[in-house]
Ligand binder design. Structure first.
Ligand SMILES: C[S@@+](CC[C@H](N)C(=O)[O-])C[C@H]1O[C@@H](n2cnc3c(N)ncnc32)[C@H](O)[C@@H]1O
Length: 429
């Protein structure tokens, strides 16, 4: 139980496992943690007499193991690892970390392919199944399916037993295409759009521009429209992707601050309402208006929940760069600012500032970068993604502070939620 409480705090941390037990690694993998194994060399010699009961004995042993590994960790990361000439050696600084980086794209592509071939959906309905049955049902070769399934088992997405392959809890929660917290559509967006854009990362870096022509073969002015809203199927896929990605962190964002003092909110670019419905659940006195492009609003109805919170949420079509913003005492920008470069962000914030009355609030939900902008890794990778696809970026708290205070917002506060979106709240002076 203690471990499950600790997991959210460990998600963005560098986790080191000090033992080799496959069962323990399995538990961490199923919980979604990425970790390095550095087996402890500590001899379990804590004197039993010094402990009164098994619990303190176990704690003391665990602590000694952790300390022993921690003392050697600097070697793993290349600080103070020198041979007699003062140079790092292959023995003192193994290439594991680099090999893991090389393998990153293979890991992504194995996940994308298994999702695309609906392996997790199939096993959700019918697992456990043998390789031959899975291959037949997804219309693929048995040999090819076998190595994809084993890769997924190695990644902690499938369990492999004598009875065949079945989904791990992690896959069941996030990888079924119709799950409540499904990231399936988000993964498909990465497969279809981020992957080709990232193939031209070197061009993007050299030229400092978005590589739409090379990645998509079009030079459309607005490739957001080009990628996501060109046809209805793609639009719904994008909306499902946003819904899943926002829903997994919606509770943490909605409860990061006490918003009970607000009675009306306007979620600008609020899409399907994933965050709006969670706010409505948390604050029964709050009415939330979703303001998004007309093509999004017309299909938002598919995401409406059955509970009473649906009655607190309404939809208004419009363009937040052009049209009058709905009145509200709390404005919300969830995964909006990271889409745009600073000049567009200033344009949007200035419009919100003009609509927001003194004492009103602005809630921003984005992944916060540390001030050195080198961490945390998920925020950094999201930032690279936004830069490569849209010329956007993730920002640090001080960057949000300067943007917000330039438009008359004060009392800028942030909560790092430990999930995939953090929360920043500011007050209109
Ligand atoms: C990255 S999505 C974020 C969706 C939602 N806020 C969330 O957190 O899931 C960006 C949203 O902004 C909307 N959007 C983009 N440009 C817009 C504009 N000019 N006016 C209104 N909405 C816009 C898109 O349609 C999309 O729903």
């Amino acid at each position: 139980m203690g471990l499950f409480r600790a997991i959210p705090k460990l998600l963005h941390k560098h986790v080191v496992m000090a033992c080799m037990a496959p069962g323990h690694q399995h538990v961490l993998r199923n919980a979604g943690l990425r970790f390095t194994v550095v087996p402890s060399r500590f001899q379990e010699n804590v004197r039993k007499a010094s402990s009164l009961s098994p619990f303190p004995y176990a704690m003391d042993t665990a602590k000694q193991k952790a300390l022993e590994v921690a003392r050697r960790m600097h070697q793993k990361h290349g600080k103070a690892v020198k041979d007699t000439d003062g140079k790092p050696t292959v023995q003192s600084l193994p290439p594991t970390a680099i090999v893991e980086l090389i393998d990153g794209f293979k890991v992504s592509k194995a996940l994308f392919t298994a999702c695309k071939m609906k392996v997790f959906d199939l096993l959700g309905d019918e697992g456990p199944l043998s390789t031959a049955d899975i291959a037949r049902k997804i219309g693929a070769s048995e040999g090819g399916t076998g190595y994809l399934l084993d890769a997924c088992a190695g990644l902690g997405l499938l369990d492999k037993t004598e009875g065949g392959y079945s989904n791990t809890p992690l896959a069941t929660l996030y990888l079924l295409s119709d799950g409540e917290y499904s990231l399936h559509s988000l993964i498909m967006i990465h497969e279809e759009f981020s992957w080709p854009f990232f193939s031209y990362l070197d061009f993007a870096v050299r030229e400092g521009t978005v590589q739409t022509q090379r990645a998509l073969g079009t030079a459309g002015e607005d490739h957001y429209q080009e990628c996501f809203y060109k046809n209805r199927e793609k639009k719904l896929q994008f909306m499902r992707a946003m819904h899943g990605h926002t829903k997994v962190a919606a509770h943490q964002v909605a409860t990061a601050f006490d918003l009970s003092g607000f009675t009306s909110a306007c979620d600008l670019g609020g899409s399907t309402g994933a965050l709006a419905y969670e706010l409505a659940r948390q604050y029964p006195g709050l009415k939330v208006t979703i303001f998004d492009l007309p093509e999004v609003i017309e299909d938002a109805v598919f995401f409406k929940p059955h509970g009473p919170e649906a009655g607190q949420v309404s939809f208004v079509p419009g363009d937040f760069f052009r049209d009058t913003l709905p009145e509200a005492d709390l404005y919300i920008l969830s995964k909006i600012l990271h889409n745009w470069p600073d000049d567009k962000v200033h344009q949007l914030l200035s419009r919100i500032s003009r609509s927001c009355k003194p004492g009103g609030g602005l809630l921003v939900a984005e992944q916060l970068l540390d001030e050195d902008k080198c961490r945390p890794l998920p925020a950094l990778m999201m930032s690279l993604n936004m830069r490569v696809l849209f010329q956007g970026q993730e920002r640090s708290l001080s960057e949000y502070w300067s943007l917000l205070q330039a438009h008359g917002f004060t009392d800028v506060r942030a909560v790092r939620t430990g999930s995939i979106a953090d929360a920043v709240l500011a007050t209109r002076a």
